[in-house]
Design a protein around this ligand. Structure first.
Ligand code: PBG
Length: 324
């Protein structure tokens, strides 16, 4: 006799039924492709710790955005590396800054592509912190929030479809919402990096963006990896402040958090499959320890199964190729 579970497993071996009853779908339409943009002409600078990812000057960013679009990836998220960094991170809210210029160029070439901008100061401050540092060495929450709101407005003015604050200052989602509304951008949604853990997996990104803190670390504003109640609370706070999508970051070590945040907020949830998660699989694949394609598809399917509607991943273009 065959038990029902056995029968179902056997049936699932036939292609059609497997597709019909599969619980989780991984398709390019859920993916966001992150890009690092810098000034200069016709430049492409490889990032050592992220094989396959380059820092791009604007024309290359426009080309890559077009490639993503052609592969069925609906959206990109931009990170800027300014020519100069200063104490106040002024490159972040400069209307002629690298992200602002890139947004305009991409929207002009590919109007249907959804352009998300990362709103933070750490790539623009000389000390590498996500906000303004006071004389006593402490990051000043309220001063930072003001500059972050200014940054979001300048991104929206340049044509960004969605802004995504990643700094983790208190009250920044509410401040961004209020100021976007006041400046005529009430239709611009906010993806809040709500549960952003103080993670070792951001290492390669910090090389890419040259944003390793010059002193101290980010533990005063990023979350303790041990806490998931706190993550849910942070997400609910951001919802109250007006977040339209909430994000969990990194993704793979926090699949339970993705699930809890999804169930608690009932909002679209984004998960950021961060630089270290990417580089880890790339390195293992390059060493021949595992099969890149199968491993990446499995990892991303797991993130979707945990409850992520949107997955931000450096693997996006590879995945789109594989799934074609
Ligand atoms: C902060 C920010 C970080 C990432 C995205 N936005 C890193 C940090 O806190 O240093 C990391 C993304 C990645 O590792 O891929 N603005």
């Amino acid at each position: 006799m065959a038990f029902p579970a056995t029968r179902l497993r056997r049936l699932r071996k036939t292609g059609v039924l497997r597709e019909m009853v599969r619980e989780t779908e991984l398709s390019p339409k859920h993916l966001v492709y992150p890009m690092f943009v810098e000034l200069g002409t016709d430049r492409r600078t490889p990032i050592d710790a992220m094989p396959g990812v380059d820092r791009l000057s604007i024309s290359h960013a426009v080309d890559e955005a077009g490639e993503a679009k052609a592969l069925g990836i609906p959206s990109v998220i931009l990170f800027g590396i300014p020519a100069e960094k200063d104490e106040q991170g002024s490159g972040a809210y400069d209307d002629e800054g690298v992200v602002q210029l890139t947004v305009r160029a991409i929207k002009e070439a590919h109007p249907e592509l959804v352009v998300i901008t990362d709103v933070c100061l750490c790539e623009y401050t000389s000390h590498g912190h996500c906000g303004v540092v006071r004389a006593d060495g402490v990051v000043d929450n309220d001063m930072s929030v003001e500059l972050l709101a200014k940054t979001a407005i300048s991104h929206a003015a340049a044509g960004a479809d969605i802004v995504a604050p990643s700094d983790m200052m208190d009250g920044r989602v509410g401040a961004l919402r209020a100021q976007l509304d006041a400046e005529g951008y009430s239709e611009t949604p906010i993806i809040a990096y709500s549960a952003k853990f103080a993670s070792a997996f951001y290492g390669p990104f910090r090389e890419a963006a040259e944003s390793t803190p010059a002193f101290g670390d980010r533990r005063s504003y990023q979350m303790d990896p041990a806490n998931s109640d706190e993550a849910v609370r942070e997400a609910l706070l951001d919802v109250e402040e007006g977040a339209d999508v909430v994000m969990v970051k990194p993704a793979l070590p926090y699949l339970d958090v993705i699930r809890r945040v999804k169930e608690a907020t009932l909002l679209p949830v984004a998960a950021y499959n961060v630089s270290g998660e990417y580089s880890m699989l790339k390195a293992a694949a390059a060493a021949g320890y595992l099969d890149e394609r199968t491993a990446v598809l499995e990892a991303l399917t797991g993130i979707r199964r945990a409850g992520a509607d949107i997955v931000i991943t450096y693997h996006a273009k590879d995945v789109a190729h594989w799934l074609q």
